[in-house]
Design a protein around this ligand. Sequence first.
Ligand SMILES: [Zn+2]
Length: 238
Amino acid sequence: MTGSVGMEDGAQNQARDRGGLHGRASLGEEIYEVMLTQLITLKIPPGERLSIDALVREFGVSQTPIRAALIRLEAEGLVVRKHNSGYSAASIPNGHRFGEIYDFRLILEPAAAAKATGRLTPAQQAELIDTSAEMNRLVGDGSEVTYGRFAVLDARFHQLIAQACGNQLVIEALDRLYAHMHLFRLRFHSTVTEEAVVEHKLVVDAMLAGHEAAAAAAMRRHIESSRQRMEPFYRTLA
Ligand SMILES: [Zn+2]
């Protein structure tokens, strides 16, 4: 852990800066959000080792909330745990791999969206609508914390559709890509969020209207547009 990681301000100061969007969050939630933000904005660089002892000192808390945050970030693909060396920030795929991720998503996700149409449970419908609404609300804020939150919601949006399609292999394969966490670390810019919410709305509208082909087409357009936005930034990554 080095000073460049920039956690000197501590969770409490940064939490205060956020203006309490969701009221008073728990300490564990605050630490998670600070780390999420620093990972998404590359203030914690890909591959950086994350020492629990150093994090305990920097945040001035016990190991418990630090470990809880790391476990959550590991599940989200931002942190990896290796047997002998503990936790580190996940690496970013090379340009070729990003291309493969888009190819793979284009095979699975339009078909998943079509299949999920008409199979959404009321709870899944409600969460899809809520997730979209929350993303829409976050657009235009432009703060780093918002960006981290947006990345998590985007991942959840796509995961919900995979879950509604009901194919466990599709769910697992898409989960393992951690596509959104990689993409949001690649490009920290408001156009990404603005365009994504417009594209997501077309997917949701088609699904809620029960139009399978339109849902597939909207999902395809969303992933292709995302690729066009991101390709200039990953193309040159060795
Ligand atoms: Zn998306």
